[in-house]
Design a protein around this ligand. Structure first.
Ligand SMILES: Cc1cc2nc3c(=O)[nH]c(=O)nc-3n(C[C@H](O)[C@H](O)[C@H](O)COP(=O)(O)OP(=O)(O)OC[C@H]3O[C@@H](n4cnc5c(N)ncnc54)[C@H](O)[C@@H]3O)c2cc1C
Length: 449
């Protein structure tokens, strides 16, 4: 049996690290979430020498804490071609990584809670249909058949049969192990303090164990990406949003698809329990970055404010005093915070538990086995950056997945590998270009759900 890591976050399948640092590699990756490890997998599969540095543990942050939905449903239309590719990859993932990532093609259901939501979902179905996505509106009786015991009236639901679920506490680790088998070197407990630059281009990374030269550096640092990039004078507008989750003990609820009813959402787990959360409620701590990026994020905040609680607390002072870009020869914030492990918002989780218990009585008395939270990293238009940075040759960014990077991760990693190798990606990377924040494009936030 593989070892299971336990922290205050979810239990993650442990990955065996490499020990001795190479002097140089073709590509250095910063961050061992699903984006970084997928990129490492694709690069190593194509015989590119690659080293990945993770300050804590593989999947220690967002990539193990998420709901595990792999969805096309309701997605920003700009992401659909990449997500179609991700679905292709997920379908063969267990064979590709020689292990059970928990991937199951179970379908995803978003309840249309009101007639207006139904209209919005129908509009998305029409637009996605023109891109080849087979989603449809299902009527309340069909939703009821998928949700034994459902007591809540709804106006229908948006349903995508091709969607699926995977197990966040296993998938990223298994991809990492597959990358190692292909030749990738993966270092854990090894923070990158700074990106090295020589003669106007990146030349490697300065880690807490020493320097490694690299022709290209990929920043896949999740919520830390903007700070890493600030270290080389590159401005990425990125904020963090706290999202809380709980899991139940195994129960026989008989619900296979992932389902969202807005005030609660659920996904069946490989262990027979359910991961439960709210799709409507999140918390944003006010930190210095909130002020720094206020102008860019204001339109998104105005759209999302109903479900967003702004909180001013210790995080402001903490980040103001301690969250500084690292220097090669001094311990950095990345070592001080090995794993970003925020406390879940208990008030949100109490409301979620109440809502699911009222709507599906079989959940009413199911004990909470564990709860946790993750810091979602967001961009102003809620789509990621998967892009080279023109002002800094050799620098590539894969970050800002805005709460939906797990499902799309394997394909995003493939795209990053293509960019690093100068190959044409399977789908168009233009919507994800870094320069969109400065080239005058209006940053649209698409909200369909
Ligand atoms: C509660 C919650 C629910 C979600 N639900 C879904 C869902 O159902 N479906 C979906 O598709 N997405 C979901 N997401 C979003 C998804 O989890 C993320 O978009 C995705 O995991 C991002 O992966 P990543 O690799 O970019 O970041 P992360 O997984 O956060 O990984 C970044 C890694 O970089 C490391 N790092 C940072 N700085 C350094 C440094 N200086 N040196 C070395 N390492 C460093 C960090 O330690 C971290 O491990 C959810 C997120 C949360 C929090």
């Amino acid at each position: 049996m593989p070892a299971i890591l336990s922290s205050s976050g979810p239990e993650i399948l442990a990955v065996q690290s490499t020990n001795s640092l190479p002097a140089a590699v073709d590509v250095a990756i910063i961050g061992g979430g699903i984006i970084g490890v997928s990129t490492a997998f694709w690069l190593a599969s194509r015989n590119v020498s690659v080293a990945l540095f993770e300050k804590g543990k593989i999947a220690g942050e967002q990539s193990s804490r998420n709901w595990g939905w792999c969805r096309l449903t309701g997605r920003d239309l700009r992401e659909l071609p990449l997500m179609l590719r991700a679905h292709e990859l997920w379908r063969g993932m267990n064979e590709l990584v020689e292990g059970d990532t928990g991937y199951r093609n179970c379908g995803i259901v978003y309840a249309s809670n009101t007639p207006e939501a139904r209209e919005r979902h129908l509009r998305w179905i029409a637009k996605a249909g023109s891109l080849g996505i087979e989603s449809r509106m299902i009527e309340p009786d069909e939703v009821a058949a998928m949700t034994p015991g459902l007591t809540r009236p709804i106006a229908g639901a948006l349903f995508t049969p091709a969607d699926g679920r995977a197990e966040p506490q296993r998938a990223t680790s298994l991809i990492a192990e597959a990358a190692i088998r292909k030749g990738a070197k993966i270092f854990q407990d090894c923070a990158v303090r700074a990106i090295d630059v020589a003669a106007g281009r990146v030349s490697g990374v300065a880690t807490e164990r020493g320097r490694v030269g690299a022709g290209a550096v990929i920043v896949a640092g999740g919520a830390w990406s903007r700070l890493l990039l600030q270290g080389v004078g590159v401005r990425l507008p990125q904020l963090k949003v706290l999202s809380s989750v709980y899991r139940t003990k195994p129960i026989d609820a008989g619900i296979e698809p992932c389902m969202s009813f807005s005030d609660f959402a659920l996904r069946k787990r490989l262990d027979g329990g359910y991961t439960v959360a709210s799709s409507a409620e999140n918390v944003a701590e006010i930190v210095p970055d909130t002020l720094r990026f206020f102008r860019e994020f204001l339109p998104a905040y105005l759209v999302e404010r109903k479900g967003m609680t702004l909180r001013l607390g210790r995080a402001f002072i903490d980040e103001a005093l301690r969250w500084r870009p690292g220097e090669p020869d001094r311990p950095s914030i990345y070592e001080a915070v090995r794993i970003l492990d925020p406390k879940p918002d208990t008030a949100t989780l109490a409301r979620v538990k109440q809502a699911i218990g009222a709507a599906i009585p079989s959940f009413r008395d199911v004990p909470v086995a564990q709860s946790w939270a993750g810091m979602i990293d967001t961009t102003p238009d809620a789509i990621p950056v998967i892009s080279s940075v023109e002002s800094m040759p050799g620098l590539i960014v894969g970050a800002g997945f805005s709460g939906h990077g797990f499902g799309i991760g394997p394909a995003a990693g493939e795209m990053l590998a293509d960019l690093a190798m100068g190959r044409k990606p399977a789908s168009d990377p233009y919507p994800f270009r870094f320069s969109r924040f400065t080239d005058g494009e209006r940053l649209d936030l698409q909200t369909w759900l």
